[in-house]
Design a binder for this molecule. Structure first.
Ligand SMILES: Cc1ncc(COP(=O)(O)O)c(C=O)c1O
Length: 420
């Protein structure tokens, strides 16, 4: 049997399996709720920029016409001022296990990271000047590392790097070795952006706390895909994107979570008028508001908060645990398909094989993946490329089908074959 024969035999069995999995999929009805899902295009990038919900087309049009167009500046008093908090609470309730009053929509993830890590660092320093280190994973998303390095430089602190296997992520042992009496705050990703490694966030939070450190969780690749229990797992702080699995659209603003027990103690560094106790008093000095408003700086980006509301409604309807069940089924199917049709071509799975240790995406490694990605984009098959040699397959549980996954992976195989 040649390599090609092997690929074709396995592929046909998997095609039938994909169809059966789609037929049995309890979340199947949600796929039709997204713009573009009727087309043959294969979308493997919902963990980078989610598809738009169909309902958002009408929501945005209504907003422009009736709310912005009709209510004009009155809209701020009537509803917009509260929107960052009501949507924040909806994210807390549906996706990250946070009781009301601890989650707010704000700036980009990068800016929220800066605000919260600096606030945490300063609070720890005030309590104990020996705590000068910020612990961060050397393989975490660049913005997390850059923000941490900038804060360390700005505040006379030090970065303590955690080295982890790039096909996996930060383990309990690795964190235990990095934290101690010098640690102010640790910054970790719940799901690693490259490998998809899913950490045990409850255990790692305990390890940070046992060392007297605070911990900030980057939830960008988990919110809307992997259940999070911010309150039960005793999180201190968290941030996350809304344009990935929450389908907020390009550049939609991120969310921040601050556990209620910390809110009054934390002073965030971008003291803007929207974070003051009495916004329209226009007072002579900054007096931070109670609660989550103190983490807001400037005018909230209302237009960017519209589309995510439709996805949050879908998540509430589907249930985050059912979403996770489908996410595991999708990544298991992708790994099985990769083993059958891509392994014979020299492609390796650079993500955890145990679904309990894997989030919603799978990284496939081969020296030609950069060119493979370019070729596939031209054929309406859209994965992501991540250094080194990684083709990242993002499977968005509400909008991705098993047949789409199968079709896309066969296209990857054809591209790898054609590029040698
Ligand atoms: C894990 C992770 N953290 C942070 C960011 C940065 O987010 P933003 O561009 O909204 O600042 C991203 C963006 O993809 C990400 O994947």
């Amino acid at each position: 049997m040649t390599t090609t024969d092997h690929v074709d035999v396995d592929a046909s069995g998997l095609e039938a399996e994909a169809a059966a999995l789609d037929a049995a999929d309890r979340l199947r009805r949600f796929r039709d709720a997204f713009v573009g899902s009727e087309a043959s295009l294969v979308y493997f990038d919902g963990n980078s920029l989610g598809r738009p919900p169909r309902a958002s087309v009408e929501r945005l049009a209504t907003f422009l016409r009736d709310e912005w167009g009709g209510r004009l500046i009155r809209g701020w008093d009537e509803s917009w001022m509260l929107l960052p908090f009501t949507i924040g609470d909806a994210i807390g309730r549906t996706a990250i296990g946070a009781a009301a009053g601890q989650t707010v929509i704000g700036d980009s993830t990068t800016v929220l990271l800066y605000k919260l890590v600096r606030a945490a660092f300063d609070a720890q320093q005030t309590a104990d000047p020996e705590r000068i280190e910020i612990v961060v994973d050397r393989d975490s998303f660049p913005t997390d590392r850059y923000v941490v390095e900038g804060i360390a430089r700005e505040r006379g602190g030090r970065v303590r790097w955690v080295d982890a296997d790039i096909t996996a992520g930060v383990t309990a042992d690795a964190l235990r070795a990095a934290v101690g009496p010098r640690t102010a705050v640790a910054v970790l990703s719940h799901v690693a952006y490259r490998s998809g490694y899913l950490t045990d966030a409850a255990a790692l939070t305990r390890i940070a706390h046992d060392a007297g450190a605070l911990i900030l969780w980057d939830l960008c690749h988990s919110a809307g895909s992997v259940p999070v229990e911010a309150d039960d797992w005793d999180f201190d702080l968290a941030v996350g994107c809304t344009y990935k699995y929450l389908n907020g659209g390009p550049g939609s603003p991120a969310f921040a979570y601050v556990a209620r027990r910390h809110q009054a103690k934390l002073a965030q560094p971008i003291q803007g008028w929207m974070g003051t106790a009495d916004v329209f008093a226009m007072g002579p000095e900054y007096r931070p508001a109670e609660g989550m408003r103190r983490f807001v700086s400037g005018t909230p980006p209302i237009v960017g908060m519209l589309a995510m509301q439709d996805t949050l409604e879908m998540i509430e309807d589907a249930g985050i645990h059912a979403i996770r069940t489908k996410s595991i089924a999708l990544t298991e199917f992708a790994v099985r398909t990769a083993d059958a049709v891509l392994a014979p071509l020299g492609v390796t799975v650079a993500s955890p094989r145990d679904p309990a240790l894997r989030g919603g995406h799978v990284n496939l490694s081969h020296p030609s993946m950069r060119q493979v990605t370019e070729q596939l984009w031209g054929q309406d098959v859209i994965p992501d490329y991540r250094e080194p040699d990684g083709l990242r397959i993002g499977l968005s549980p509400l909008s991705t089908s098993f047949t789409e996954t199968h079709t896309g992976l066969l296209a990857v195989a054809a591209a790898v074959r054609s590029l040698g």
